[in-house]
Design a protein around this ligand. Structure first.
Ligand SMILES: Nc1ncnc2c1ncn2[C@@H]1O[C@H](COP(=O)(O)OP(=O)(O)OP(=O)(O)O)[C@@H](O)[C@H]1O
Ligand SMILES: [Mg+2]
Length: 254
C-alpha cells in the first residue's frame, strides 16, 4: 500500500503551506566555491528532521540561509513569509539558529546577557526577559551559570548556553548545527531528551547517527550541495548502499 499512501501525502504537501519551504536554492561563497546547487526542501509544522551528509556537503551553509545570514539564489519561505530585507526581523524571531561553533554565538560578558540578548531585542519587558532567561537556562541544565563569562566555559557548556540563547527567543523553528558535537554522554542524553520534549519544528544537522535513529522520523541526506535523499529514517538507515555512497554509516556497522 506504499504507492497510494505516497500519492495522498504528495497531494497534501502540495496544498498545505509548509512552515519552511526551500526551493531551488543556489549559493556560492565569495571565493567562488559553490556550496548549494539547487536545494529543495519542505518541512511541515511539528516535523523533526535530521540533516546529514559528509563534511562539506553544504549543511551549515543551508542552515545559515534559514534566517538570512547567507543569501543565495532561489526561494526560502518561513511560515509563508519570503526571507528578504523587509522580513528579516520577523524571520529571525521565528527561526532559532544554533551555530556549529558556539564561539560564533556568544559575545557578551556574562551568560545572562548572552541569553537575554535576543529577548531584549524583541522589545520584551525586563521581567519577561529575566523569566525567559531563567527558563531557557533551566532547560539546558545551566541555571547556575548566569554570572559566568561565556568564553571561560568548556565546549559542551558553551554549546548548551548557545542553545539557551535560541530557546529564550521561543522560536517556531529550531535550526541546530551539530548540537551534540563535543557533549559528554550525560549532556548528550540531556540534549536528546530536551529535543524530544520540545514541541517545535526542527531541522538538525548532525553526524550523530545514533541520535538520528533515536530521535527523528525523517532524514534528509545532502551531498555536494544537493539533497540526495529525503525520507523515513528507518528506511534510509537500512539502505547500506545509499549510506555508503554518501560517506555515512551507523556506528555499529563496521
Ligand atoms: N566561508 C567560506 N568560504 C568559502 N567556502 C566555504 C566557506 N564555508 C564553507 N565553505 C565551503 O562550502 C562547502 C559547504 O560547506 P559547509 O560548511 O556548508 O558543509 P557542511 O555540510 O556543514 O560540513 P561539516 O559536516 O564539515 O560541518 C564546502 O565545500 C566548504 O569548503
Ligand atoms: Mg557544518
Amino acid at each position: 500500500m506504499l504507492l497510494p499512501d505516497l500519492a495522498v501525502d504528495a497531494s497534501l504537501s502540495a496544498h498545505a503551506a509548509p512552515l519552511l519551504l526551500i526551493d531551488d536554492l543556489h549559493f556560492a561563497y565569495p571565493d567562488g566555491r559553490v556550496a548549494l546547487r539547487g536545494v529543495r526542501l519542505r518541512i511541515a509544522r511539528g516535523e523533526k528532521v535530521a540533516l546529514v551528509g559528509p563534511n562539506g556537503a553544504g549543511k551549515s551553509t543551508l542552515l545559515l540561509h534559514l534566517n538570512g545570514i547567507l543569501r543565495g539564489k532561489g526561494r526560502i519561505e518561513v511560515a509563508g513569509m519570503s526571507v528578504n530585507d523587509h522580513t528579516l526581523p520577523q524571520v529571525r524571531a521565528r527561526v532559532g539558529l544554533v551555530f556549529q561553533h558556539p564561539d560564533d554565538q556568544l559575545f557578551s560578558p556574562t551568560v545572562f546577557e548572552d541569553v537575554a540578548f535576543g529577548p531584549l531585542h524583541m522589545g520584551l519587558a525586563a521581567d519577561e526577559v529575566r523569566a525567559r532567561v531563567e527558563r531557557a537556562l533551566a532547560m539546558v541544565g545551566m541555571s547556575a551559570y548566569q554570572e559566568r563569562h561565556p568564553y571561560h566555559l568548556s565546549t559542551g557548556e558553551k554549546k548548551r548556553i548557545a542553545i539557551a540563547t535560541v530557546l529564550a527567543m521561543e522560536p517556531d523553528i529550531l535550526a541546530f548545527d551539530e548540537p551534540s558535537a563535543g557533549l559528554d554522554p550525560r549532556a548528550r542524553r540531556g540534549l536528546i531528551e530536551l529535543l524530544r520534549g520540545l514541541p517545535l519544528t526542527m531541522l538538525v544537522s548532525t553526524h550523530d547517527m545514533a541520535m538520528v535513529q533515536e530521535l527523528f522520523d525523517r532524514m534528509v541526506i545532502m551531498d555536494e550541495g544537493r539533497v540526495v535523499a529525503d525520507g523515513c529514517v528507518t528506511a534510509l538507515l537500512a539502505d547500506r548502499a545509499l549510506l555508503e555512497a554518501h560517506g555515512l554509516e551507523m556506528p555499529w556497522n563496521k
